[in-house]
Design a protein around this ligand. Sequence first.
Ligand code: ZN
Length: 204
Amino acid sequence: MSVSAVDTAARDGRTFWQRGWAPGTGGNLSVRDPDVDARQLITASGTDLGRVTSDDFVAADLEGATSKSEAEPSAEAPVHGAIYRAVPDAGAVYHVHHMEAVLCSQADCGEGATVFENVEMIKALGFWDADDRVLVPIVDNRHNLEELARLVADATKKPPAGERPPAVMVEGHGFYAWGDDPDAARRHTEALAWLYEWSWERRR
Ligand SMILES: [Zn+2]
């Protein structure tokens, strides 16, 4: 399972890069280690998602520490780890620097969330009723990744349960989206990208 999960994640990363969601080695991907719940397989520091393969994933604990023989994991490994801890069902976490998501986060940070409603695409995030509202929480960006990890973990619990999507946005930076497995994480990432583009387009 671990091989196919990282293969799937790598393929998704290359697709995200082609769409312009992770330029300049921005963006990172992880899957929960299928053998050890409290470990993750995450892209190494400096991985270019345009060329990512399963060989670029390193095993790290949920704080982002690796065993001595491993390459450095992404600096954002503690944030991925905090999501795995806060969301026990999460099997994969994807992080992208999506342009319209960043623009929306800077416009909406005063409200603390971007709201999506009256749009069919929220179904891809698991919301099925026409009058459902989806609140993607926005947290401050931090260069201290332990602090950022704490903010993101808190935000996973903040929107009311009925409005809570599998995602957190970091202001002026990018979003983290997760799912039970890489396919679900990709579905959520793509749906969010569409929703942020839609939202930004209708404000112009
Ligand atoms: Zn980032």
